[in-house]
Write a protein that binds this ligand. Structure first.
Ligand code: FES
Length: 106
C-alpha cells in the first residue's frame, strides 16, 4: 500500500488511488485558500491542485499536459495536477504558494 508524505503527515492509500481525492478525504487539500472552493473539482482544467511530486505516479493525462502548459504554470516547473494523478508507489507531495500553487523553489 503506497504511502503519501504531505504537509508533515503520512497517509496510506490503495495503489492507483486518485491523489486529490485521497488528500481531500483526509482534510489535507491540494488547494490553497479560496481555491479549495473555487476549482474545477477534478476535471483537470483549473490548475489549482498543482503540486510537486517525488515518487511513482501515473503518466500525465492530456488535460493535465494542456493545463500545465500555460500561465501561471510553466511546463519546466515539473508540477502535476493532483486530480489527474494516480498514486502508484510511495510519494512525497509539496504544495507551492499562490492561488494555483504555482510558486515554489522548483
Ligand atoms: S481540481 Fe482543477 S485541475 Fe485539479
Amino acid at each position: 500500500m503506497p504511502v503519501i508524505h504531505y504537509k508533515g503527515k503520512i497517509i496510506h492509500c490503495p495503489k492507483g488511488a486518485n491523489l486529490r481525492q485521497v488528500l481531500n478525504e483526509r482534510g489535507l487539500h491540494p488547494h490553497n485558500g479560496t481555491s479549495k472552493m473555487l476549482n474545477c473539482y477534478g476535471l483537470g482544467t483549473c490548475g489549482t491542485c498543482a503540486v510537486k511530486i517525488e515518487g511513482h505516479v501515473s503518466e500525465m493525462t492530456p488535460a493535465e499536459k494542456l493545463r500545465l502548459s500555460f500561465p501561471p504554470h510553466k511546463p519546466e516547473n515539473g508540477l502535476r495536477l493532483a486530480c489527474q494523478v494516480k498514486v502508484l508507489g510511495d510519494v512525497k507531495v509539496i504544495k507551492g504558494e499562490g492561488f494555483w500553487g504555482q510558486s515554489g523553489e522548483w
